[in-house]
Design a protein around this ligand. Structure first.
Ligand code: BJ8
Length: 387
């Protein structure tokens, strides 16, 4: 723990992460006033180390609230993923300061809805789209992705008048790896039985951390969080009942409106111990290699992300299998955002994968509205009841 800082109570620490997105607006405004460039992204495949190496601030632009969906539906079809509609809606209504402050928006060819939305977004922002291969198994996939990383570097250097040297890139890799290791240490707190934090608290830290833009402060805060949680646990504090059923979450990224799923799980006698999605382990489980060629290291790390847009997608199953054993999950709940075809189709493979492991599985489709809360409650309560 840092010695020169007042010891904060855990609720205050959790609150700082819950509030990070809102507070981050002020920090971002001040960073812009100091002359920093900002690059907005929508996906875990985008190698943010390139921005850090160029002295630019990366920020996630995926929206998690339904506030602007009606506005987005004036242009986009209604039966489109809420993440895409909400993100576009916030851009056209100018309601997302992060989008507003982004000098460059970097998209990727993951799902069809996002690809086509980027074309529309390109009319109001400087949008650059990376071409992601749809499979990891071919040699040409690696060559393509490495070329895309080099092309993004060129775009960033031109746009921001920066030079990304090997040394700067290596430093950026170390910086991000440090953050990844700490965020992994946060969710690994829940290896303990009963876990020392609720799944909602874990999610709020994982989600909120991305909106803390000062690396040194973020590292200190994460260290402080881990340290305080461990201290309280050692003192005998148990915020989660020993009887709570241990749930692993998989599927689409979470946060904001989709916290409703976690709340319902935890009000129904469960506790989420680990998130096998882009808000959690999918992003933080591995490290970028700090040896060898740094561009290749980035290429290998990012290309190996186990997202359902990949076909086949063995890395999702490797991670799923490892996490459910390590975290002693009693059951797995998948959250698929409405109209996310790749995750929806892959549900069957997840079900088949978990069956021989005797792990009960529930797949839920939802969106950002509270309209399905009652239905979710019924299904989740029945699932946890039978564990
Ligand atoms: S690496 S999970 S962040 S693509 S936008 S695919 S929910 S239909 S977010 Fe994702 Fe990158 Fe994969 Fe992770 Fe489906 Fe919606 Fe598309 Fe989505």
């Amino acid at each position: 723990m840092t010695s020169d800082r007042a010891v904060r109570e855990l609720p205050e620490i959790f609150e700082s992460f819950t509030d990070a997105r809102r507070q981050g607006f002020i920090t971002m405004k001040s960073l812009k006033e100091q002359g920093y460039g900002v690059a907005g992204t929508f996906c875990s495949y985008v190698p943010v180390e390139l921005f850090i190496a160029a002295g630019i601030i990366p920020v996630g632009l995926c929206s998690t609230s339904e506030e602007t969906i009606t506005e987005a539906e004036k242009t986009l079809p209604r039966n489109l993923c809420p993440l895409i509609k909400a993100s576009y809606g916030f851009a056209v209504t100018d309601k997302c300061p992060y989008m507003y402050f982004s000098d460059l928006v970097v998209g990727e060819t993951t799902c069809d809805g996002k690809i086509k939305m980027y074309e529309l977004l390109g009319k109001i922002k400087d949008v650059y789209v990376m071409e992601l291969p749809r499979t990891q198994r071919k040699d040409s996939s690696k060559a393509l992705w490495l070329g895309e990383i080099r092309a993004l570097q060129k775009k960033v250097e031109e746009k921001f008048q920066a030079v990304i040297t090997e040394e700067k890139l290596r430093a950026a890799i170390r910086e991000r790896n440090r953050e990844r290791a700490l965020l992994k240490a946060v969710y690994e707190l829940s290896l303990a039985a009963p876990p020392p934090v609720t799944g909602l608290q874990q999610l709020q830290i994982l989600y909120g951390a991305q909106f803390k833009f000062n690396h040194g402060e973020k590292v200190r805060e994460l260290e402080e969080t881990i340290c305080r949680v461990k201290e309280e646990y050692a003192e005998g504090k148990r915020p989660v009942s020993e009887k709570a059923k241990r749930i692993m979450i998989t599927g689409c990224p979470m946060g904001g409106a989709t916290e409703k799923v976690v709340r319902i799980i935890e009000e129904s006698g469960g506790v989420v111990v680990v998130y096998e999605n882009c808000t959690g382990a999918k992003q933080y489980d591995r490290q970028v290699s700090e040896s060898g060629d740094p561009w290749e290291a980035l290429c290998d790390y990012y290309l190996a992300i186990g997202c359902s847009v990949m076909s086949p997608n063995p890395n999702r199953f490797e991670l799923l299998g490892r996490l459910c054993t390590r975290f002693a999950a009693d059951g797995v709940i998948e959250m698929v955002l409405q109209s996310c075809h790749t995750y929806a189709v892959e549900t069957q493979a997840v079900r088949e994968f978990l069956k021989p492991r005797n792990l009960p599985f529930l797949s839920l489709e939802t969106d950002y509205s509270p309209g399905d809360t009652a239905q979710l409650k019924t299904r989740i309560a029945a699932f946890i009841e039978m564990l």
